[in-house]
Design a protein around this ligand. Structure first.
Ligand SMILES: [Zn+2]
Length: 387
């Protein structure tokens, strides 16, 4: 047997207004300086105050937050003692809110020890609301919190069934203001989440439907959302797609593009979507041996016509590369400005980290260390994966 889990999700224009009806005494917003500068904290605080809540803020979340960063914020959170915690921002802010929430409920717990088998009792002191301001990671719909161990240059993939937010607010108001580069990075993450969920070893009927819908929305609306800042419909559809992809993968799993991406992102300090998205085409080429029919189904679902499974997959990969080029994303690692020498020096470390990622074991084709190494090399050069 299996569980399907989801937060309550308020979506669409005006969804933020649900904050006005929140019951409680104190809300603590976990966010970053960019969100402050954009004026989003003020918007959210205004609603919370209308609901009669006292509002506390930690705006010190760093990109790809570290253990130290979480400890810093959780001190303030514990002092403020809220009954609501609000993760406001991109994946980093929402993941940070989850981890700080864990330390608030269980100050005795070591972050690295959090896993689906550890009972945290998170809801005894506070509940969690996530408000994504980017359309990408799907953290607002997931049971995962990715925290960087900076000493080990390692991304810890903390997972707990209790991490699902109580409420997620998917309002297109905030992401409409994303800069183009951020919109591109996060959108490719959403696409990677959807595709990897659909082929994962843990896929199921529930996650399948969501993964396909997310992929369809992204292929249809991403070019429009990227090209035209004022295309509200496209922006809203992309925002929904990211959360739907989040629901898909957190009820199945992601795969090897995420293992490779987490390693690359931790070693070279890159944003998640950029580091992960670049591996998407290569991970499909690698997975064909075990999941050809599945990739062909995605291809058909996004409207590609083909005479054979091979043709359907080839066209899917080329559609992904075209989409990435259209939104100015690199399709190889050398295009990302990483020098060959630096990269070669880090190859051994990259492989070791990718091997340790939990995403590796649920990929349709589980790579050996030698294959991980080859994947890293091919993705650097932009060479097709033919092994
Ligand atoms: Zn992702």
């Amino acid at each position: 047997m299996w569980w399907f889990q989801s937060p309550r999700i308020a979506f669409g224009e005006g969804a933020l207004e649900v904050l006005k009806d929140l019951e409680g005494k104190k809300a603590f917003i976990v966010t970053d300086k960019v969100i402050r500068r954009l004026g989003f904290i003020a918007v959210v605080s205004k609603y919370l105050k209308e609901a009669g809540l006292h509002v506390g803020v930690f705006d010190g979340v760093r990109p790809e937050p570290s253990i130290e960063n979480i400890q810093e914020g959780s001190k303030l959170l514990i002092e403020f003692a809220p009954d609501w915690i609000i993760g406001l921002g991109g994946g980093s802010c929402m993941d940070a809110a989850k981890a700080m929430w864990a330390l608030y409920a269980r100050p005795d717990v070591n972050l690295a020890d959090i896993s689906p088998t550890v009972e945290l009792g998170l809801r005894k002191k506070a509940k969690l609301i996530c408000i994504p301001t980017t359309s990408g990671t799907g953290s607002e719909a997931s049971w995962v919190s990715v925290i960087t161990d900076t000493k080990e240059h390692f991304k810890m993939e903390l997972a707990s069934r209790e991490f699902y937010p109580d409420i997620s607010i998917v309002d297109p108001k905030f992401p409409a203001e994303m800069p183009k580069e951020l919109a591109a990075n996060t959108a490719i993450d959403a696409l990677t989440n959807a595709i990897e969920s659909y082929v994962s070893r843990w896929r199921n009927d529930f996650s399948d439907a969501l993964a396909i819908k997310a992929a369809q929305l992204i292929f249809t609306y991403l070019p429009r959302a990227y090209e035209n800042k004022n295309d509200q419909e496209a922006k809203e559809k992309m925002h929904n797609a990211a959360t739907i992809a989040g629901l898909a993968y957190s009820n199945s799993q992601v795969g090897v593009a995420h293992s490779l991406g987490h390693a690359l992102g931790a070693v070279f300090e890159l944003p998640h979507g950029l580091a992960t998205g670049v591996f998407l085409p290569y991970s499909i080429e690698f997975g064909i041996k075990e999941a050809a029919e599945r990739y062909a189904e995605i291809s058909k679902a996004i409207g590609i016509e083909a005479e054979s499974t091979e043709e359907a997959i080839a066209k899917l990969i080329s559609a992904i590369r075209t989409l990435m080029k259209n939104i100015d994303m690199p399709t190889s690692i050398k295009e990302m400005g990483i020098s060959r020498e630096d990269y070669e020096n880090k190859l051994e470390e990259l492989v070791k980290k990718a091997e340790m990622s939990t995403c590796t074991f649920v990929n349709p084709r589980v790579p050996s260390n030698e294959e991980l190494l080859k994947l890293f090399i091919h993705a650097f050069e932009g060479r097709a994966v033919d092994f």
